[in-house]
Each structure stands twice: as C-alpha cells, then as structure tokens.
Design a protein. Structure first.
Length: 95
C-alpha cells in the first residue's frame, strides 16, 4: 500500500465518502477532506489536523493547479487524465 492514507478533494466530503464506499476504496484512507477554497491550504490543514507529513497525503487531481497545490504543500500527487488512470490509481493504492 502507498504511504498516503488521507484523501483531499474539492468535492464535498459526504459525496467523496459515498463514492469511495461504492467503489470499495474507503478502506484505503484514514481520513477524507473535501470542499475548501484553497487546495494547498487544505492540504496543509490536513497535515496539521492529523499531525502527519506530506508523505502521508495523496493529492489526486486532473490539472496543473492540483499538482502545484500538492507541490506547495509537500504532498504526493497522482494525476487523472482518463478513466484508465483510475485503474492505475487503484493499483498504486493497493501496492
């Protein structure tokens, strides 16, 4: 399994929990954070709240702004460009 066990998204957290439960991925994550305005600030807030380093947080996104936020907060990043990338993410999380 990858070292990241906290999920951050701009999707509302209730929706994230529902999707993760439906696809069987909820068990991969200790915590789920959703829908604040600033992505890098969200990632830093998660680090502080859970007292973890950036190596324990995985930012999954689809554009350069997502990657920049992850870099600014010192977290891991996984880019989704196509549906097949979700299979690669599943393998990454389960590795």
């Amino acid at each position: 399994m990858c070292s990241s066990d906290l999920l951050c998204s701009l999707t509302p957290v209730a929706d994230l929990d529902s999707v993760l439960a439906r696809i069987g991925w909820r068990g991969y994550f200790e915590g789920v954070e959703g829908y604040p305005v600033d992505k890098a600030a969200m990632l830093r807030r998660v680090q502080a709240r859970h007292a973890v380093g950036g190596d324990r947080i995985l930012m999954v996104g689809d554009d350069d702004r997502d990657e920049a936020a992850a870099r600014a907060a010192g977290t891991e990043f996984f880019r989704i460009r196509a549906l097949d990338d979700l299979h690669a993410l599943d393998e990454y999380l389960g590795a």
